[in-house]
Ligand binder design. Structure first.
Ligand SMILES: Cc1ncc(COP(=O)(O)O)c(C=O)c1O
Length: 430
């Protein structure tokens, strides 16, 4: 098979005419599909049905310690939920705070506290001329949205196959006191599905930041979100809290997680974990912000998920629903696009996304064409700070929500859009 670049202009024009015809045919089907976000499907949400009934009587509303979860109190969360979320995050229960329904809120609040009050007695960031964050790319659009909202200068750090480019991370963090943080999704990263290697985690733990209040924002959103049947040893993520402590940097990391994609997206519980000192500091702020989070939901989660093994069993059920979707998209991309020399993409072992790299200068066009034919994808550039993908190449595909039939149509349409945009690009450059 010849790659597109190896073909003559006439051959390319003929293929382009064919693909354009296919595009018009698909467009005429009137597809209406939104794959812009990694939302769980209805079937995945149905897996948590017992959450709806596990508290149904007044007598069900007490936790193991006898706390009435309907009332105020337990700022840091009920002990059983702190244990559950701590186990999920690799943190002791007393270093874990259980919060509301979204980890993004905790991340936003944490950045906000950096600005208003500062960390560990250091100058509040709002009083500094410049605050910088490192942003492994491609990455999670909402992380970059938070730091953009606060006027932080964001610096792209390329992702490698085992995590962020650590030479660059060390260079920035260890030399520039304006660098106050880095966003990390360390396991089954959004969007590539990469898990940071033990070596990368160790290099994080050994950082010698120029800023005493530099913090790693370790968003382990997909820590248990396997897609394959068995976990690959490469996805055995080292414990950042333990490694930081062992390397004399106990306060350098903030860990975040939630059950958004374990139970209900937007109806789960979230958590923050860090050193005892940082946890105390956070609770000190929270005490002015809230009397207690929703303990009824915490209790519901403990009753339903029980423990870390219960969480893993639940994730196997999710995986059984997710796996065929990822395999279907992969199969269609392989069949339609492999060998043409116009793209590369990942088949992740976990997480929620397929990260697709088109030819430079094609992503926006592909996303626009898909939209015109009824398929909404995440905006091109969204996985980069300021929505600016310097290569205009990366597209995040989120296959979880649609059923297999719809997904097939969407993947077929996507492949046609990729071909057309690539053919036009190559012809333009001839
Ligand atoms: C990396 C990452 N962190 C956080 C979230 C959102 O989590 P939550 O619902 O707990 O705010 C997502 C959702 O897509 C995500 O991909």
């Amino acid at each position: 098979m010849k790659t597109y670049s190896e073909r003559t202009a006439d051959e390319l024009k003929a293929i382009l005419a064919e693909e354009k015809e296919k595009y018009e045919q698909i467009k005429a089907l009137g597809i209406k599909l939104d794959m812009s976000r990694g939302k769980p499907s209805k079937e995945q949400l149905d897996l948590s049905k017992d959450m709806l009934t596990c508290i149904s009587e007044n007598a069900d509303c007490y936790d193991e310690a006898g706390t009435d979860c309907r009332n105020y109190g337990s700022l840091a969360g009920i002990p059983s939920a702190r244990k559950l979320m701590g186990d999920l995050m690799g943190a002791p229960a007393d270093q874990t705070i259980v919060c509301g329904n979204a980890s993004l809120t905790i991340m936003f609040d944490t950045v906000a506290r950096g600005f208003t009050h500062g960390f560990a007695g250091n100058t509040p960031w709002a009083k500094l001329d410049k605050v910088k964050f490192l942003c492994p790319v491609p990455g999670y659009d909402r992380h970059f949205g938070v730091t953009e909202h606060f006027g932080v200068e964001m610096i792209n750090i390329p992702m490698k196959s085992d995590g962020p480019d650590m030479d660059l991370v060390e260079q920035y963090v260890n030399n520039d006191p304006a660098v106050k943080g880095i966003w990390c999704v360390p396991k089954y990263s959004n969007p590539q599905g990469i898990t940071y290697s033990a070596e990368v985690v160790e290099r994080f733990a050994k950082l010698k930041p120029a800023a005493p209040d530099f913090r790693i924002f370790w968003d382990n959103a997909y820590g248990v979100h396997i897609i394959t049947e068995n976990e690959d040893p490469r996805d055995d993520l080292a414990n950042i809290l333990e490694r930081c402590e062992a390397n004399g940097n106990p306060d350098m990391v903030f860990v975040f997680a939630s059950t958004s994609k374990i139970t209900y997206a937007g109806g789960g519980i979230s958590a923050f974990a860090s050193s005892k000192k940082n946890v105390e500091e956070m609770l000190g702020h929270m005490t002015y912000q809230i009397i207690s989070h929703d303990k009824m939901n915490q209790l519901r989660h403990v009753k339903f998920l029980k423990d870390i093994d219960g969480i893993k069993a639940q994730m196997q059920k999710h995986a059984a629903l997710m796996r065929p979707k990822f395999l279907l998209v992969d199969e269609i991309l392989k069949k339609e696009l492999d060998g043409l020399g116009i793209c590369s993409y990942t088949l992740p072992r976990g997480g929620y996304f397929i990260s697709f790299d088109a030819m430079n200068g094609c992503a926006r066009k592909i996303v626009n064409m898909a939209k015109e034919a009824g398929l909404v994808l995440t905006g091109a550039g969204a996985s980069y700070p300021y929505h600016n993908d310097p290569d205009d190449s990366n597209i995040r595909i989120a296959p979880s929500l649609p059923g297999l039939d719809e997904l097939k149509k969407a993947a077929d349409l996507f492949a046609v859009c990729v071909k057309i945009a690539s053919l036009e690009k190559i012809l333009e450059n001839r």
